[in-house]
Write a protein that binds this ligand. Structure first.
Ligand SMILES: *Cc1c(COP(=O)(O)O)cnc(C)c1O
Length: 390
């Protein structure tokens, strides 16, 4: 059994993928070929926003979004510590300061109440209200510029509350939708829930390429034009006019061609993922698994990038993972160390205990195999290994 089985999907569409690749080899436009534009059009329509901007990775999508807002050294951006490295990395790369905000243990996403406290702490220069990075000069607490909430494991964050706070304090919101392409909330599809939505086409994501890729989505034409330029070295009206410092952040035509084909079966695969998640919930509940199972807020549909559960303790997590490993069932831990405790973010000067919910989840969380082609038999086996007394 594989944790994420990409081979079954490849077998399903191999011939069509080969045809798409052949078309690119025939026209030879490897950089910014027609497939790139087609993909931007098709995916932005699906998401329900005006513009899509294909780029080289989910990380570049986040970087381009921050650069479009002209984020500068010293700027403060609020985000969650319970996420993949890249979310806060792009902030630090621009020499801005990530200010972490703890999560809601029920969704693993940014807790809007904690967000309000963090903004208050910055506004009143009072780290007693909410832990702030040591490196912020206490006399020069800047007004924050923006927020990057993450739709962790495919579940959209609480944008209703977050966007309301953003409006109140005049902040931009960039949705890290790297794991949530295809998800839905009451106000729309993932990638459309903030000023800019950023997704990833890393092979293991819900819509994955055969290499790296990403996309920015926005309704804001001015931001889109800025990102178009930033994607190609700050390019102006022609190749040899450069308006600003940018990056080489294009998506390969070959990856766009592969994604166009994969998108054909994406809605079906999404349905299958939802069925798999539902079945896990039923089987684990029936078997009285000693786990906290994922529960969606009303009106929200996850893209189920991962099926993540909480064990009752770190010790119990280890023993469940060990039982599964012996039965040749792979599991994974996302994320064993919250970002504020990672050496890479040591320069911020956070301490253990600053974000207790993230730290407790990191100690107890693990993920079960999840992909559209997981069979009922496989899931029954997984559930019985978890639920059977040793
Ligand atoms: C995967 C991921 C990214 C980065 O995407 P890449 O395409 O690997 O650069 C960013 N944020 C989150 C939450 C992710 O899961």
């Amino acid at each position: 059994m594989q944790f994420i089985d990409l081979n079954i999907q490849q077998k399903r569409i191999r011939a069509k993928i080969e045809k798409r690749i052949q078309m690119v080899l025939d026209h030879g436009q490897y950089i910014m070929g027609p497939e790139v534009k087609s993909l931007e059009t098709v995916l932005s329509q699906y998401v329900g926003v005006k513009h899509g901007l294909a780029c080289a990775s989910g990380t570049d999508a986040l970087l381009l979004a921050l650069m479009a807002y002209d984020v500068r050294p010293g700027d403060v951006i609020l985000t969650t510590p319970f996420t993949f490295m890249a979310t806060a990395e792009v902030i630090a790369l621009l020499q801005a300061t990530p200010v972490f905000v703890d999560i809601d243990p029920a969704t693993f996403n940014m807790d809007p109440e904690q967000l309000r406290k963090a903004i208050k702490a910055l506004e009143t220069h009072d780290a007693g209200i909410h832990p702030l990075p040591q490196i912020l000069n206490r006399r020069l607490f800047p007004h924050p510029r923006g927020i990057i909430p993450v739709d962790l494991f495919g579940l959209p964050a609480d944008y209703e509350s977050i966007n309301a706070l953003a409006k109140e304090y005049d902040l931009f919101v960039i949705e890290d939708a790297a794991q949530s392409f295809g998800a839905e909330s009451l106000s729309g599809k993932a990638c459309s829930l903030a000023h800019i939505g950023c997704t990833s086409f890393f092979p293991a994501k819900p819509l994955g390429a055969y290499g790296d890729g990403g996309m920015c989505f926005t309704d804001n034409t001015e931001l889109q034009e800025k990102m178009l330029s930033l994607r190609v070295h700050g390019q102006g009206r022609n190749k040899y006019e450069n308006l600003c410092i940018g990056i080489n952040g294009r998506l390969d035509t070959l990856q766009a061609a592969i994604l166009l084909e994969k998108f054909e079966i994406f809605p079906d695969e999404l349905q299958k993922r939802r069925k798999v998640a539902h079945r896990y919930n039923e089987l684990l509940k029936e078997g009285n698994a000693p786990l906290t199972l994922p529960k969606l807020p009303p009106g929200v549909l996850s893209a189920w990038a991962q099926y993540s559960v909480l064990a009752r303790s770190s010790h119990e997590r280890s023993s469940i993972q060990e039982k599964l490993r012996k039965a040749e069932i792979p599991t994974a831990i996302y994320y064993p160390t919250p970002l504020h405790l990672q050496p890479a973010y040591g320069f911020l000067g956070y301490s253990k205990g600053d974000f207790p919910v993230s730290e407790a989840c990191a100690d107890r969380i693990f993920s079960l195999p999840m992909h559209p082609y997981l069979t009922e038999d496989e899931q029954r086996k997984i559930a019985s290994v978890i639920c059977d007394e040793p």
